[in-house]
Ligand binder design. Sequence first.
Ligand SMILES: Cc1ncc(COP(=O)(O)O)c(C=O)c1O
Length: 388
Amino acid sequence: MALKLSKRSDIPVFRALDILGVVNERTARGEDIIHLEAGQPSDGAPKEALDYACRVINADPRLGYTEALGMPLLRDRIAVWYRDTYGIDMDISRLAVTMGGSGGFLLAFLSLFEIGDKVAVPTPGYPPYRSYLKSLGIKTVEIETSAKTNYQPTVAHLEALEEKIDGLVINSPANPTGTLIPPAELKKIAAWCKEHKVRLISDELYHGVTYGEKAETVLRYTDEAVILNSFSKYFAMTGWRLGWLVMPPEVTKRVKCLAESLLIAPPTLAQHVAYKTFDHTDVLDGYVARYRKNLEILKKRLPAIGLDRLSDTKGAFYLYADIRHLTNDSEAFCRRMLDEAKVACTPGVDFDEKRGHGTIRISFAGSTESVEEACKRLSAWLPAKAGG
Ligand SMILES: Cc1ncc(COP(=O)(O)O)c(C=O)c1O
């Protein structure tokens, strides 16, 4: 008899990361591949922040643990960022620094839900939501959205749910569609959750990466939600593995005990870099200006080559393309695109198991030259694929 393996760890592969691994390996072997698959900025933290971290190491190479909820200095700095960005004052008793947004999810879901609880997530959506929930014994209730509501859930979707839910995850700007929940709808969703005693978790990871209207935080409308954010996207610190949670103080108490025992503390050096990065948002805003330029190029060039059913991207660095007129197998389509055109994209099945065979996600977080080259390669490759 085979030795035991848990059922709860039987979760699907995260294809976007698998593809990234394959593409990185092929690139290292010398293949000239354009990366439209990677959900991460191609630049890093501002140089001044890295220099500061070097000075910190030189002064104390020991780099001990910090407080489980993160350095108070950094939590204070995050609170100042909320005041400057949204005009919202908060006490640091509502803040925890975590190991990436991913670490924040783990602590949030563990502190909020019991085994057997039901949590609704939008589909298409960020694939690990389902995996977190399954591995923690929480049932995922999928809210199928479409282009009609900009792939975002609305109160009408919540009203139509057949099961009573305990939690709801929202994500604006969203991965994989780049769409926003309008402030008026966000307010209605927050009110609906309050009325139905549903814990709202707002994934605000792509705040700061918007092209026009700013993304509104759900904190404007409720104090009961748990907000997830990260240094991975706007702050361009993906590999440093640092994020944060904003939550009601009674949740912070739970998160603190969980963090102490499960993780001890978030990475110390990363916290120093993050602290200094706040002083160099001009550099980060420069990155966002480049993403915006990339988006404009793609919105102009893709429709001309047959990719004309695109999401209404207003933030993050993704376009979600409906390719049902070209194929009903997005995985095979992406494989051929990689092999024949040397352009890597993520198949929609990662984000939507049921309907994602007819969609792909295009990431434009790379250089403008790479986006232009991708358009050139796709315009030579795509016409031959129409109807194939
Ligand atoms: C919507 C969303 N949430 C959470 C994460 C987790 O990011 P990290 O753990 O790097 O903060 C990601 C990463 O791509 C994401 O796209």
